[in-house]
Design a protein around this ligand. Structure first.
Ligand SMILES: [Mn+2]
Length: 348
């Protein structure tokens, strides 16, 4: 039987250090210290991944026994990093997987997801999730609420394209005026300005987000529809079951749940923030100071001035790139000199 004592939290980290800083703070502040937290570094070598690795190391050392850092020194698709973590490092029978830019806002969220998982038929349930604001389903659900419906209708007053054409898997879809497509590459995924709007309405007002969702409850999600897996609670053997040789964990989960008629349950009264999908990020960077203010850390912040930090980081990156470019240029010159010398020797 699932409980707090056989569940672990796994945070998938990449190179988004500003998001990770907030997520780690929120997770540690809202979960019992007895629940192990695994930080998986999964993007070694990408710009910024070293800063995330620093954060993971600091957090694991400051919270030894509770926080564990998994550092395979690889950049790999999430599916494989998680697979390795489950097979070789995590003992717990149940795993709560969280993306580095997705975080809970209410204490008791983990207990709530566990409670709902426990109520499901163990042979049918695939995973339990919460209401994630910037996620096609969560966004769709929030825009159906009386408090937001009208405002959304005013900013999305026309029909629009959502979905993606992936032969044999996904199609483009049209959503009507005032509607929000809840599936893969759904409405909010498509439009960063809508993500900004929902962040202003929920993320930046945690009390309001709580109040908006407080009266909702668990709902069953259609397994035919692709669900954005920013937050998911599952039994460890699910991961090996969905492996079909692909690399996209979300697609494989979707296909597995659909083909095997597995149940996905969303606790709509347990709110989560998802900061951004990849294509949204550049348009939403300005939101971060407000997000940090809305979710203050009980501990001294690792970085006091993010603008200064990032300005210095850009200089470090530039030096590294210039250094690498100089080495490549020198190697080219040397090779040409060697070839030229070879031609002179042969001519003699
Ligand atoms: Mn994201």
């Amino acid at each position: 039987m699932i409980s707090l004592s056989n569940t672990a939290i796994l945070i998938l980290t990449c190179n988004d250090f500003e998001a990770l800083d907030i997520t780690i703070g929120q997770v540690l502040a809202t979960t019992p210290a007895s629940v192990p937290v695994y930080l998986l570094s999964n993007c070694h070598g990408l710009p910024g991944a070293d800063i995330c690795e620093d954060m993971c190391r600091f957090t694991a050392r400051q919270n030894y026994g509770r926080v564990h850092w998994l550092n395979p020194m690889k950049a790999q698709p999430a599916f494989f990093g998680i697979q390795d973590a489950i097979e070789n490092h995590i003992d717990a029978e149940y795993i709560l997987k969280l993306d580095d830019d997705a975080f809970p806002i209410t204490p008791g969220w983990l207990e709530g997801l566990i409670e709902t998982y426990a109520e499901q038929d163990p042979d049918k349930i695939a995973y339990v999730s919460g209401l994630v604001n910037n996620n096609p389903y969560g966004f769709h659900r929030l825009t159906r609420l009386p408090a937001l419906r009208e405002a959304y209708g005013a900013i999305m007053a026309q029909s629009h394209m959502a979905g993606e054409y992936v032969p044999g898997y996904q199609e483009f879809r049209i959503a009507g005026p005032g509607e929000a497509d809840p599936g893969g590459w759904g409405t909010v995924w498509q439009f960063p300005h809508l993500a900004r709007w929902i962040h202003e309405e929920t993320t930046l007002q945690p009390e309001r987000f709580r109040a908006l969702t407080a009266d909702l409850g668990p709902v069953v999600f259609d397994p035919k529809v692709r669900y954005s897996i920013n937050v998911m609670l599952f039994r460890r053997d699910l991961w090996s079951k969905v492996a079909t040789g692909g690399v996209d964990d979300e697609e494989m989960l979707n296909l597995y749940c659909d083909a095997n008629d597995k149940t996905i349950v969303i606790r709509e009264d347990i709110p989560f923030v998802h900061l951004y999908f990849g294509p949204q990020k550049r348009y939403l960077a300005d939101l971060l100071p407000g997000v940090r203010e809305a979710y203050p850390s009980p501990h001294p912040r690792l970085v006091a001035d993010w603008d200064a930090f990032k300005a210095n980081w850009q200089i470090e990156l530039l030096k590294k790139m210039t250094g690498e470019a100089t080495i490549v240029a020198l190697k080219t010159v040397l090779r040409r000199l060697r070839n030229a010398a070879g031609r002179i020797v042969r001519r003699r």
